[in-house]
Design a protein. Structure first.
Length: 196
């Protein structure tokens, strides 16, 4: 029987503490997962893609210090290359979690859940994408929100989304090229439908 090849993992992390601890943990706990490289930014990750084209999984910190939230951009690039990406971060913000998945991440794990990394990598390689409990509340909340706003017209949905982002009526009107009066009427309609 042919031996299974080792899983090749790249860690995108700029904090030396986490670089060392995550790499050491993976090496200590398993003999079939290799951390082939540790990089700190998008540019370094692109260089690794050239010299190491057969990466299986990338563990990506979302909030790299050189550029705020550029980990999400790296997730998108790697996902488009067919590489399975797992967001590994300290951020618990609902929107960031959702953005990670929308950009192509197959899982999202908080660094405090380091002991779940190995199973997440193995599941990713096997195509069993079991969403980690660090991410599931945000995704469930998003699904409930989307179900709720399905009763709105597409125009009302646009207004509702901007309103949730904190836009004023005037700013919504400018963004959607509507009059403030139209926006005001549609907001009243939205309130009526959602309260019902």
């Amino acid at each position: 029987m042919e031996d299974k090849k080792n899983v090749k993992v790249v860690l995108v992390e700029d904090d030396p503490f986490w670089q060392e601890n995550i790499s050491k943990y993976i090496k200590k706990e398993t003999d079939n997962i290799d951390v082939v490289d540790v990089v700190v930014c998008k540019e370094e990750m692109l260089e690794v893609l050239i010299k190491e084209p057969e990466i299986d999984v990338a563990l990506i910190d979302i909030n790299l210090t050189r550029a705020n939230l550029d980990g999400i951009e790296i997730i998108e690039i790697l996902s488009n290359q067919g590489i399975k990406t797992i967001a590994l971060t300290s951020i618990v913000d609902k929107e960031v979690i959702i953005n990670s998945f929308e950009s192509g991440a197959i899982n999202y794990i908080n660094k405090s859940s380091i002991f779940d990394i190995i199973s997440a990598i193995q599941e990713a390689v096997e195509g069993r994408n079991r969403i980690h409990s660090d991410a599931s509340p945000a995704l469930l909340s998003k699904m409930k929100e989307e179900k709720k706003i399905r009763i709105l017209t597409s125009s009302e949905q646009e207004i509702y989304i901007l309103q949730q982002k904190g836009y004023s009526r005037k700013k919504i009107a400018e963004t959607l090229f509507k009059s403030v009066e139209t926006v005001k009427k549609q907001i009243q309609s939205i309130k009526k439908k959602l309260n019902a």
